[in-house]
Design a protein around this ligand. Structure first.
Ligand code: PRP
Length: 183
């Protein structure tokens, strides 16, 4: 037990539940992507842990890229404006992309990224997100692969942060409101 645990109100998904879900998602993605030479693009920073697990659960011949965007700063909800702070390093013309996200919330980030990659000539852009919060959607976007649908609560762990902390919790939990000034 680490000291981060005391800031957690409740555990939503244990390490074991996450691993089991990712194994199933990886198998489903493998059936769709085998032979398509996909390029997995992880959105930093939140998706870095999920990326590492999902690409190993989907053993298709593929390559990986990383893109970093900023929209939230240290706030708990999206401002809507998305900026690329680190771009991918290769030509994606004609490639079948799978964008790997930790959470699909307002949809601003993925809506922007999907357009961006299509403009750059991608043949297809699929979206894979571990968590989906459809109740907060502001843009018309859905994911092709979803790990879990989550309620509108402040979730951290397994890559997800609050003020850059808690990313290294092995499970996904709800933060106590007093930690983020919500109570
Ligand atoms: C989170 C998450 C997504 C985005 C989703 O990133 O990783 O990229 O927000 O929210 P949206 O659907 O409302 O756009 P954040 O900006 O918190 O940065 P991080 O990945 O570094 O945690």
């Amino acid at each position: 037990m680490g000291t981060m645990d005391q800031d957690i109100l409740k555990v939503l998904y244990t390490e074991k539940q996450i691993a089991a879900r990712i194994e199933a998602m990886g198998a489903e993605m493998y059936r769709d992507l085998e032979g398509k030479d996909p390029l997995f693009i992880s959105v930093l920073r939140g998706a870095f842990i999920f990326m590492a697990d999902i690409v190993r659960a989907c053993p298709v011949k593929s390559d990986v890229e990383f893109i970093a965007v900023s929209s939230y700063g240290n706030a708990t909800s999206s401002s809507g404006a998305v900026q690329i702070t680190h771009d991918i390093q290769q030509d994606i013309t004609g490639r079948n992309l799978v964008v790997i996200e930790d959470i699909l919330d307002s949809g601003n980030t993925l809506y922007f990224l999907k357009q961006y990659f299509l403009t750059k000539g991608a043949a297809s852009v699929a979206v894979c997100t571990l968590l989906d919060k459809p109740s907060r959607r502001a843009k018309a976007i859905t994911a092709d692969y979803v790990g879990f649908q989550v309620p509108d609560e402040f979730v951290v762990g397994y890559g997800l942060d609050y003020c850059q902390k808690y990313r290294n919790l092995p499970y996904i939990g709800v933060l106590k409101p007093e930690v983020y000034g919500g109570a």
